[in-house]
Design a protein around this ligand. Sequence first.
Ligand code: NAP
Ligand code: MG
Length: 497
Amino acid sequence: MSATISSVQMEAPVVDFLKAPKKLLIDGTWVEAASGKTFGTYNPATGEALATVAEGDAEDIDRAVKAARRAFDSGPWSRMTPSNRGQLIWRLADLLEQHLDEFAQIETLDNGKPFSVARVADVPLAVDLFRYMAGWATKVTGETIPLSTGGHFGYTLREPVGVVGQIIPWNFPLLMAAWKLGPALATGCTVVLKPAEQTPLSALRLGELIMEAGFPGGVVNIVPGFGETAGAALAAHPNVDKIAFTGSTEVGKLIVQAASGNLKKVSLELGGKSPNIVFRDADIDAAIAGSARAIFFNHGQCCTAGSRLLIEQSIFDQVVEGVAAEAKKIKVGPGLSPDTDMGPLVSEEQLSRVCGYLESGFAEGARAAAGGKKVNGPGYFVQPTVLTDTNPNMKVCREEIFGPVLVAIPFRDPEEVLSTANNSIYGLAAGIWTRDVGKAHLLASRLRAGTVWINCYNVFDAALPFGGYKQSGWGREMGREVLDLYTQVKSVCVAIN
Ligand code: NAP
Ligand code: MG
């Protein structure tokens, strides 16, 4: 059995999943929202409705937190061995891998990204993350501490932080759920997850696999709904011990305020305006192709997008022409079409945001070396765009656009480019293209960014910590570092004389 949306073939399990009611996962059971309300989720390639989803709000968040609290304080989860927790996470990874194409299609339908990308990036990276975190479940340890007090023995216990609220965005819906859930489960926390309103579907399907894998009820609760209601209630909830948020810097600040009521722990993964620096001694062809991917991957809807291309003066025209030529080659279309390189933006709202930035750039004197317009017709498509004739004071050079829009800026020497690169409220990522090893490492140490890519860009690995300097965030996800976000240290002191 199969069906079509916009004349593209869909897998039978996806069709069945879309038809089935979309409820909230609370305490191991799928339930309606207490209010009975629902909201629609849409295919951004067509604007057509995909599914109707139960709309959680404060009351549902409260039910979910109570379930997570019980599961943490007294459920079977609290007595489960680390090895068994690891096995459950590994089983979830296996199930996800078995449903790779199905998840890639759901992601494409809900978010717009090409199926070909979702099946080699989003889903496998989520599988990898779960496997990596499954391994950590048995390796979260304290230390013995030599004390100078005399007659005492000291050691630390590293314990799960408790009930965790997790709020995620729409740009990598499944992968962001995995980044958040993996470490929380490995460390023994329990979770209330709120997916983005634009893209709740893959998290709900993942919830089904979580139950199939055998996680006890209440360990993972999933409550789709709106940020202003469900999200805000989760961030403010007095029985939530920690909140982990990925999204805009603006909302990140609201999360911090909401969390202050009970001083819950907060980790934030926020926006960026990442500099990508090309020196004249780089492999220019590789730098051009890599710089185009740095901005256009996931339609520029990446917190790490290399959205400021800083090019050494003598090669400025050559690199701009090269990246513009790459932009013009990109085939924009529905994500389920096999020949699509770039799908639609996630929503009409995001399309108008991005178009607003384009208008502002042109009004301030920028020129498009490629693209510059939205694509007419149904769906929320915009052309991959390269802007020149910019200056650092323009809005398009300072603010996160979160779309396929690159600003190109020339520089004369390493000191100048460092100062331009670091001149941002953000500090999430940076790229450097050069064959000079010494220069690359010197710059890497002086760039104020949580990740620096040298002669590559947007390379992610579950083992490599990720997070932001400055207003790009608090804390590091992935790697060993993320365990610190989900655990707290207890010191134990024993009299031994
Ligand atoms: P956003 O508002 O920051 O959304 C991120 C998540 O936070 C969503 O789940 C959202 O729910 C929730 N949320 C919104 N308001 C909240 C509140 N007051 N309390 C608690 N949770 C709340 O981002 P957006 O509106 O989707 O996108 C706006 C801009 O943010 C983008 O254009 C982009 O610049 C930036 N952004 C950055 C990232 C990143 O990875 N750094 C990701 C996405 C967007 P709803 O979905 O219901 O709003
Ligand atoms: Mg929002």
